[in-house]
Design a protein around this ligand. Structure first.
Ligand SMILES: O=c1ccn([C@@H]2O[C@H](COP(=O)(O)OP(=O)(O)O[C@H]3O[C@H](CO)[C@@H](O)[C@H](O)[C@H]3O)[C@@H](O)[C@H]2O)c(=O)[nH]1
Length: 496
């Protein structure tokens, strides 16, 4: 780091939170860092968010960003510092060798950051990472710093993964091709194989699938050996049984919902004129209460052109106003859907490349959310009390839809046909079912309202999110031992 600008200025707790450089990790990480920094326990709490260099440049796209790549910055509450994975081009590792290279490069970079903080008398007292970061584990061991895992998916997913690596993998793998086979895991309702996170049942032998398994295996081995605290972006009433069960195995702190507030400035890695002009908010303002269908598939999913055409057809069949997000990189084959988006805009709907989703979901005009069921989108829908029509694709989304439909009854699943497509007719059926006046629609809307109130109580000052976060911070004790940093200086070490 080039200078002291943006670095925490006092003694006390100092959390270095390392986030994967994608949208779905950045916002919950930033909200957590903010809450830590504002916590006010017995000693000052500082939080630094570290992201890959490429992400840092997208977060702060000023001409100075390139020169800031070696410098910490601050927004007045938390600090930001970029780290390098050696490639610095935003690409995913190609293979195992590439992964190993990047792990070493990231470790070196993060280690230098930790050493720099220590040398300036602001030692990092706890390293954290979103879900899993092997370099964080390496650096924490090297510097004798405790680690906490920030699990940004439901605790149900933590449980499934935990049990997979603790005795259940053979059972799951041996039925991986039978989507209807039900597996009973401790603390969970019976779960069909088809609702397991995709990489656990991926039998294709793909490089990516293997990489996920390897990384998660190392995560759970690390957890068994080092017993890191685990912060989860959920709240007790959402997943009571699973939380109770997982507390038997891990030191779990439920610190959710971590969605910030609808008026708080959020970091958007996807930029579009709309996001600054907020024309879609003006458009929403002109719509009737709970009349709009909001459609968005997060920051990763790509839809086929055929799927996007079906979605647009379904929306038109309903004849209800809609706000549709189609990211620039959100269509497969780099193509446009048959219905040009221009044409679509002249109809009932508005199409944008990106929006401030939390602000949209919080608007009273929104009546339902057609979603891929990523966890951030799901918990944002819960907090906003908006019913969900789930069109899951992969990862935890396949499990999240189960929670939405079967456990919480705040939405329904849009079924795919034999070609894996959710047809326009099916989408229209789901929208009518959720937005209409049937007894089922009433239950879904009422449940959404009730969960919203519970979620807001958890998020409010003095609620369970704040209380559990404070309990977590209190478990970190400053010890009198010292350790040697990379540069030979001595710094205080911290014990959990
Ligand atoms: O126009 C948009 C579209 C999305 N978002 C935000 O982008 C985030 C998207 O996150 P999420 O809903 O979790 O979806 P993904 O981006 O697909 O997230 C990946 O990471 C998540 C966390 O691990 C997993 O739950 C998902 O399955 C995985 O696909 C949310 O905060 C949205 O509010 C916007 O602000 N504007």
């Amino acid at each position: 780091m080039a200078d002291d600008e943006g670095l925490p200025q006092h003694d006390g707790h100092h959390f270095l939170l390392v986030a994967v450089g994608i949208q779905s990790h950045i916002n919950p990480a930033r909200v957590l860092a903010n809450r830590l920094a504002r916590l006010g326990v017995d000693a000052p709490v500082h939080a630094t968010l570290s992201v890959p260099v490429t992400t840092y440049r997208r977060m702060f796209p000023s001409p100075a960003a390139a020169t800031m790549a070696e410098t910490a910055s601050t927004d007045g509450v938390i600090s930001y510092v970029p780290y390098s994975d050696g490639a610095d081009d935003g690409s995913w590792p190609k293979d195992a060798d590439d992964r190993a290279l990047r792990r070493r490069a990231s470790s070196k970079s993060l280690s230098a950051i930790v050493a720099c903080f220590a040398a300036r008398g602001r030692p990092v007292t706890c390293m954290m990472c979103t879900v899993v970061s092997l370099p964080v584990f390496d650096v924490a061991r090297q510097h004798n710093i405790p680690v906490a895992i920030y699990w940004i998916q439901p605790v149900t997913l933590l449980a499934i993964n935990y049990h997979y690596f603790h005795g259940y993998n053979e059972l799951i793998v041996s039925h991986a091709t039978d989507p209807t086979y039900e597996v009973c895991l401790p603390g969970l309702s019976p779960l069909r194989i088809g609702n397991f996170p995709s990489f656990l049942i991926d039998m294709s032998g793909s490089e990516r699938g293997k990489a996920f398994i390897e990384v998660f295996q190392e995560l759970f081995e690390y957890m068994d050996q080092w017993r890191p605290k685990v912060l989860v972006n959920t709240f007790d009433e959402l997943e009571a049984n699973v939380i109770r069960e997982m507390k038997k195995h891990l030191d779990v702190f439920t610190v959710g919902p971590m969605v910030g507030s609808s008026t708080e400035a959020r970091i958007h890695l996807f930029k579009h004129d709309n996001i600054d002009e907020k024309r879609y908010m003006e458009w929403l303002q002109a719509q009737l209460e709970k009349s709009v269908v909001y459609v968005s598939f997060g920051s990763v999913t790509k839809n086929s052109k055929q799927q996007m055409d079906e979605i647009i057809d379904g929306l038109r069949q309903c004849g209800r106003p809609y706000l549709l997000v189609v990211r620039k990189d959100g269509l497969e084959d780099d193509g446009e859907s048959h219905h040009s988006l221009e044409d679509t805009q002249s109809q009932l709907g508005m199409v944008v490349e990106w929006c401030d989703q939390l602000e949209v979901l919080s608007h009273s005009a929104v009546g339902c959310f057609v979603s891929h069921c990523g966890w951030n989108s799901t918990i944002e829908a819960v907090v906003s009390g908006v019913p969900v029509i789930g069109v899951p694709n992969m990862f935890d989304q396949l499990t999240n839809i189960c929670l939405i439909e079967e456990e919480w009854e705040i939405g329904i699943k849009g079924e795919r046909n034999s070609h894996g497509v959710v047809t326009g007719t099916e989408l229209a059926r789901c929208i009518e079912l959720v937005m209409g006046e049937s007894p089922k629609a009433m239950v879904i809307r009422e449940r959404s309202k009730v969960l919203k109130e519970i979620a807001q109580a958890a998020a409010n000052a003095g609620g369970s999110a704040e209380k559990n976060l404070r309990d977590f911070v209190k478990t970190i004790q400053v010890s009198d031992t010292f350790c040697m940093d990379d540069d030979g200086t001595m710094s205080k070490s911290i014990k959990l």
